[in-house]
Design a binder for this molecule. Structure first.
Ligand code: SAH
Length: 339
């Protein structure tokens, strides 16, 4: 079976030709898929014969919705999707004043092993295909019956550990003949895979990059994020400066505030020194409790103190607004319950 939603537009044309059909059918199929239809039968303007061939030879890469949690507070919707092989991934719809944002996953599980994160329990099961990454956006958009204006790649998995599939997804969702989402409306978050950052700067300079930092020195970062043992803070900061030079864009650093671990006055000071010549913005993230992990969130007043300390030192800093705090907010939570 050809995984049809993972094909680029050009590959889809080749596939359609290989079925003995006219090339223009590719544009019709591409458009239908990006409208979120869930079967070849719904592709109204295709001849019956072609639909039959597609059913025999193509996998439409449709995710099944296993569960949806809806926040009574702010309408955030959290989806647990089941993949054809029984793996699960999560996506989240967030309603902002500027429109609908969908947070999507790139892997079933994760092998980065961050100490505070629920996604890596059980390790990496497998990479998602480009079509499975895309179908999360399509499924959510179809469910709510509204347009999705922004996509953040901050769900389960490390996007740069699945770079090629991420890349196929970005090209397809951006394609004018399909979903037509602007690269500027997409954010990708990485735990700090240095070669991925450089490649991304060259290939996707318009996409916003977020880097999960979470610690201002190597010894603390080594203990929280094993990836730091491979790409130290010196290497990471060099890559971030290079990224900013190539793209002319500011990087967002994510920093989860964890009580008694990375939240002291000294940490704020160290962080401001580390970032003093990097074109960036810090987003402080309130820690989301994870079952079985011995970490707690800092109080709001403490987070504000940390923010003000950074601002005083000239680093632009905000505290992430918490959405869906009454549902399983942190990534990987629904999936790990299921497992
Ligand atoms: N692997 C990528 C993207 C997925 S995680 C990355 O590391 O950036 C998205 C963000 O959620 C990261 O900043 C991650 O560190 C953060 N995160 C993970 N567990 C969390 C938790 N329990 N509470 C709050 N944020 C968490």
């Amino acid at each position: 079976m050809v995984k049809i939603k993972s094909l680029s537009f050009g590959e889809l044309e080749e596939f359609v030709l290989s079925l003995g059909e006219k090339k223009f059918r590719a544009a019709q199929i591409f458009e239908w898929m990006h409208k979120g239809v869930r079967s070849f039968d719904e592709m109204k303007n295709l001849p019956k014969g072609l639909k039959e061939k597609l059913k025999e030879q193509a996998d439409p890469e449709i995710l099944e919705t296993e569960a949806v949690q809806v926040s009574a507070k702010d309408g955030t919707r959290k989806y647990l999707f089941r993949l054809p092989d029984g793996e699960y991934v999560e996506s989240v719809l967030m309603k902002y004043s500027y429109g609908n944002t969908v947070c999507i996953s790139t892997q079933a599980g994760c092998r980065m092993g961050c100490a505070f994160c629920a996604s890596c329990e059980g390790g990496l099961k497998r990479n998602l295909t480009s079509g499975e990454i895309l179908d999360q956006v399509l499924a959510v958009s179809r469910d709510i019956g509204e347009k999705v204006g922004n996509v953040v790649v901050m769900g389960v998995g490390e996007p740069f550990d699945n770079y090629d599939r991420l890349s196929g997804f970005l090209n397809n969702i951006n394609d004018k003949r399909g979903f037509n989402l602007g690269m500027r409306n997409i954010t990708v978050s990485t735990c700090g895979i240095v070669p991925g950052i450089i490649r991304f700067a060259e290939e996707y300079p318009q996409v916003t990059l977020a880097v999960s930092l979470h610690a201002p020195n190597d010894s603390l970062r080594n203990s929280l994020m094993p990836v730091n043992r491979k790409y130290s803070l010196t290497a990471l900061m060099d890559a971030c400066r290079k990224y900013a030079r190539i793209t002319n864009k500011r990087i967002t650093f994510e920093y989860i505030l964890i009580e008694g671990i990375n939240d002291s006055h000294r940490h704020a000071e160290e962080l401001s020194v580390l970032l003093k010549d990097v074109n960036c913005h810090i987003n402080l993230i309130p820690f989301n409790g994870v079952i079985g992990k011995n970490f707690s969130a800092v109080k709001r007043a403490e987070a504000e103190k940390f923010r003000d300390e950074l601002r005083k030192r000239g680093i632009e800093t905000t505290i992430r607004r918490e959405l869906g705090s009454d549902i399983d907010g942190a990534c990987g939570q629904l999936r790990s319950k299921k497992r």
